[in-house]
Write a protein that binds this ligand. Structure first.
Ligand code: MG
Length: 383
């Protein structure tokens, strides 16, 4: 029996954060939710505080942090801002950091956590997309475990247990195809925010749901897989699999293919990232093969879903290019969500930003942050 592990959840009021608390709540002897954080959703955070009794919380928004301090009346420590995030992930008593912030914001606290030798359960794929080289070298330098929480990468990770990684020939990432799989490209300009947020298989936060509708999510996952598993882009294949039962696959030198299957529920990859190398019980529905009857697979339509190709381009350009891809995408997605641009303009904006950017190779964190800021500014003027 392992001793109790103290956990920080970066972004506990988001979709991954809430699922993480469900998992943690199922193993009260093994885990304690030590610190919880939110951007500004203090109502939900307060409920989480009442239920999970963390030692402290961080509210990114200063005004909301003040408001919460008055409400909780000293019963829990309330920190604020980016400094607060960096403070809690580096504290001595913390063992594991679940990194589930949205977008670029996840980078700095994740770096700080690695430098303080915490186990990282990584749900924030943007961190690896923008700074994969930096993060993977820090992980080696500090000898920490970096465990993927993204369902596809958890699947690949599970397929690789007990395998020699140099015997891998190909990674096959599955994609549900999102809500617009069967919508003709000619109709993309008229698609609404509500239609884009209506994902057929996964219930997730807004940003990742839009990314799933454009297939940028899969593009970001290709880059994430490259950094996690060390294969070049031309050996990472994306396959549309609308049933979302196979979460991803690994092909080996002898032609054997291993797949990990399960129902779409983020609690499984979260729990595995926390329990690894052990596998613990989890309640819930199971895959019912006779009821499933069939599984289908096909090639993604890259002319229709241009974001996928742009992500492969950014990966092969390397250096600061993926940071530019990510920043342009974040701004474009927010503009779409704010109904300022149409759905079909998302890839157009990203392509412009990538084309005009002069890629810098082997960037340090400052250069990555600069590329991110410059891109946001540039895309802001475009829109
Ligand atoms: Mg995923």
């Amino acid at each position: 029996m392992s001793t109790q592990k103290n956990i920080v959840i970066l972004g506990s009021t988001g979709s991954i954060g809430m699922n993480s608390l469900e998992v943690i709540g199922g193993f009260p002897d093994r885990f304690r939710a030590m610190y919880l954080t939110t951007n500004k959703n203090i109502d939900l955070l307060q409920e989480q505080v009442d239920r999970f009794r963390p030692k402290g919380v961080v509210v990114l928004d200063e005004g909301k942090a003040c408001e919460l301090r008055k409400r909780v009346d000293g019963s829990v420590e309330v920190l604020s801002g980016e400094a607060g995030l960096e403070e809690v992930v580096t504290r001595e008593e913390v063992d594991v950091v679940i990194s589930s912030l949205v977008g670029f914001a996840g980078l700095k606290p994740t770096v700080a956590a690695i430098q303080h030798r915490k186990r990282i359960a990584l749900a924030n794929k943007e961190t690896l997309v923008v700074a994969g080289s930096l993060i993977t070298s820090l992980v080696r330098e500090y000898g920490v475990d970096l465990l993927p929480v993204d369902s596809e990468h958890s699947a690949i990770f599970q397929c690789l247990v007990g395998e020699d990684r140099s015997r891998v020939t190909k990674l096959i990432l599955t994609a549900s195809g999102g809500p617009f799989l069967n919508v003709p490209a000619g109709e993309f300009a008229a698609l609404t925010v509500e239609e884009a947020l209506n994902h057929p298989k996964w219930k997730m936060g807004n940003k990742i749901t839009i990314d799933s509708a454009t297939l940028m999510n899969k593009g970001l996952e290709v880059i994430e897989a490259h950094w996690l598993f060390g294969l070049p882009g031309d050996r990472i294949q994306v396959v549309i699999h609308p049933q979302s039962v196979i979460h991803s696959m690994v092909e080996f030198v002898d032609g054997s293919v291993k797949a990990q299957l399960g129902l779409p529920d983020m609690k499984l990859p979260i729990q595995y990232a926390l329990s690894y190398p052990e596998r613990w019980p989890m309640n819930g529905a199971r895959v019912d093969f006779p009821a499933l009857r069939s599984m289908t697979f096909f090639e993604p339509d890259r002319d229709k879903f241009r974001c996928l190709g742009l992500a492969y381009d950014a990966l092969s350009l390397g250096g600061t290019a993926p940071a530019v891809l990510n920043a342009a995408n974040e701004v474009a997605v927010n503009s779409f969500l704010a109904r300022k641009i149409s759905f079909d303009k998302i890839p157009t904006v990203i392509e412009r930003a990538l084309t005009l950017h002069k890629t810098r190779s082997n960037p340090d964190i400052q250069e990555i942050i600069e590329a991110d800021h410059q891109t946001r500014e540039f895309v802001g003027t475009l829109l």
